[in-house]
Design a protein around this ligand. Structure first.
Ligand code: ATP
Ligand code: MG
Length: 230
């Protein structure tokens, strides 16, 4: 079992290119994300934001340099990374099973009470209560029963049940209308206040709520500071 004494993330001269590609996506990046910091990662399309997020999750390994979580190389966590980092993607994935099972992914021991509690926190309690089968309602594969914003709230509820110290959001609100997006951003950052939050985004809405903003360009960090400084 991988043991860490903090959840600080540390990148030291991290470079990365995809296999059989010549383009250097990340070029000698140095970055520390201390435990509990809320950081936004900005940059143009193709600048390497998602690649950086995938490296931090340990699903890719730097081609050079070292990337550690609590002093341990992220590439050595394997499946255990899920205990430390929860992820909300652009299109949250729901499975063809009940709402209850969908929410318990990653924490099968969550009690029904805990599940209702997180549904309340993310603003879905009433919606689920109104369904004739409640938590036992089947979700179809595409999650079509739910709107885009509701699917994102489900994904957040799942992450809250997993209770990981770090949450990585890769453009979680893309494709939503501005009002839904604003409401979601507020819910996300309120509910995740105590955790490390790494929020990949390509626009400026909501970044004033972050402690730190990082711009990536040409494989390097162009700017890093508090929203007020930038
Ligand atoms: P966006 O804002 O569009 O999501 P991004 O900043 O997240 O962009 P990445 O997805 O990290 O950018 O991509 C960085 C670069 O790496 C791009 O040039 C992209 O084409 C390339 N790339 C991404 N994934 C792969 C892959 N699996 N294999 C090869 N090249 C890839
Ligand atoms: Mg991306």
């Amino acid at each position: 079992k991988v043991m860490v004494d903090s959840t600080d993330i540390h990148l030291s001269d991290v470079s990365f290119h995809y296999e059989n590609e010549t383009k250097v996506v990340l070029n000698q990046l140095n970055l520390t994300i201390p435990q509990g910091q809320h950081v936004a990662i900005l940059g143009r399309s193709g600048s390497g934001k998602s690649t950086l997020a995938t490296l931090i999750r340990g699903d890719l390994t730097p081609t050079a340099g070292s990337l550690t979580l609590g002093g341990v190389l992220t590439s050595s966590f394997g499946d255990q990374m899920a205990q430390y980092i929860g992820v909300i993607q652009q299109t949250p994935y729901l499975f063809h099973t009940t709402i209850l099972n969908n929410l318990r992914i990653g924490n099968e021991d969550a009690s029904v009470e805990e599940v209702w509690h997180v549904l309340e926190r993310v603003g879905l309690k009433e919606l689920v209560q109104r369904l004739p089968d409640g938590l036992q309602t089947m979700v179809d594969e595409a999650g079509l029963r739910f709107s885009g914003g509701e699917r994102h709230r489900m994904a957040l509820a799942r992450i809250l049940l997993q209770d990981t110290p770090i949450v990585l959001l890769d453009e979680p609100t893309v494709g939503l209308d501005p009002i839904t997006e604003q409401a979601l951003i507020e819910t996300f950052f309120d509910e995740l206040a105590e955790k490390t939050v790494i929020w990949v985004t390509h626009h400026l809405q909501g970044i004033d709520q972050m402690e730190r903003v990082i711009f990536i360009e040409d494989g390097q960090i162009e700017l890093s500071g508090s929203p007020a400084e930038l």
